[in-house]
Write a new protein. Sequence first.
Length: 387
Amino acid sequence: MKLPSFLRRAPEAKASAAKALISLYRLGRPAWTPRDYASLARAGFEKNVIAYRCVRLVAEAAASAPLGVVEGGAVMSDHPLADLLAAPNPEQSGAELLESFYGFLQTAGNGYMEAAAIDGSPRELYVLRPDRMKARLGAGGWPEAWDYSVGGRMVTFRKAADEMSPILHLKLFHPTNDHYGLSPLEAAASSVDLHNAASAWNKALLDNAARPSGALVYKGPEGAENLTGEQFDRLKSELEGAYQGAAHAGRPLVLDGGLEWRAMSLSPAEMDFLDAKNNAAREIALAFGVPPMLLGIPGDNTYSNYREANLAFWKQTVLPLVKKTAAALTAWMKPAFPDAAIMCQTSDIDALSADRDAMWSRVTRADFLSDDEKRALLGLPPREDTD
C-alpha cells in the first residue's frame, strides 16, 4: 500500500547548519560591496606617496616569491600547472599577474582571478578588477555566481557541477562582512586623509610665500574706522595679484591710507603638524605591515638596521600572504590537478638567505641526525644512493 505523502520520509540532504543563519541578504540578489573603491584608490594609491609605496612594496615582493608545483613530494619543473603559472596569458607573465592580484588585495581587500578553461582544464588565467565584481548569493546565503560589469555589459560566472570554479576569490579578513574583505587601505583611510591634508597645507604655505599669513590693520580717521566696500575689494585684489604666490616671495608691501601690517607667527603647538604628518605616515605603514624604515620615514628606530627591517617585512608580511595565496590556488586547481600542490619556494628568496644560512649551519652541526634526516629538515629529498 502506498503511504500518504505527509507520511513519506523526505530525502536526506547534507548542508551546513550555519549557512541559513548567518545570511542577512535578500536571496538571489547581488551583495554590493560596502565601500567606495574608486575614492579609496584615488585618495590612497594615486595621491598618497606612503600608501602608494606600501602597496608597491607588498605586491612586488610577494610576486617575486617563486611558486613551485609539488607532486608526489617532489618539485615538478615540467608540469602543466607550472607552465600555466609561468605564462598565464598572452599579455602577462606570472609575476605580472600576481603583482596585479596582490595589488588589488592591498587596495580593495579582495582579489579575483579568472580561469579560462577548455574541457574543464584551465588554459589561461586573468586578474579581474574587484570594483567590477559582485557576488550573487544563492539560497544558502553564500555566493553561487559572480557578476562582472564593465562598459555597460555584464558577464555572469557560474560554477558547473564537478568542475573547478571559473573564479578564485581571495579576501582579507573582515569582521563584519561575510562576502568581502577589508583592505589595509581602508583601515588606514583616516591616516591617509591626515597625511594628504598635511601635504595640502604645505603646498598652500608655499603658494603664500612660504610664511605664515598676517593681518592688515586699518587705522582711519575718526568717523571712518572701516574701509568701504570698494576699498576692501581693491585691497584684496591687489594682495592676491601682486603679493601672493612663490613668484612674489619677499616682495615689499606698499601700504597707504592708514594701513598697517601685523605678521602672525605660528605657535610651537601649531607647528606640530610636521610630527602629525610623520605619525600618519607610520600608521599607514603599520596598516600595510611595512616597517617605516623601509619607507624612509624619520623618527622610527624600531629596527637597528635596514637588513633587520627588510627581514621582518618578508617574514611577517610577504611570506604569510604568499603562502595564503598558494594554498588558495591549490584548492582552486584541485579539480583539474588533483595530485598537485602549489607551494612557495622559500629557498630561492634572496631576502631570507641569512636565516637560511643559519639553519643550514645548525643542521650541519647536529651530529645526532643522519644525512637523510638532515636533508628532510632542509626540505630536500633523500639521497638516491641510500636505501
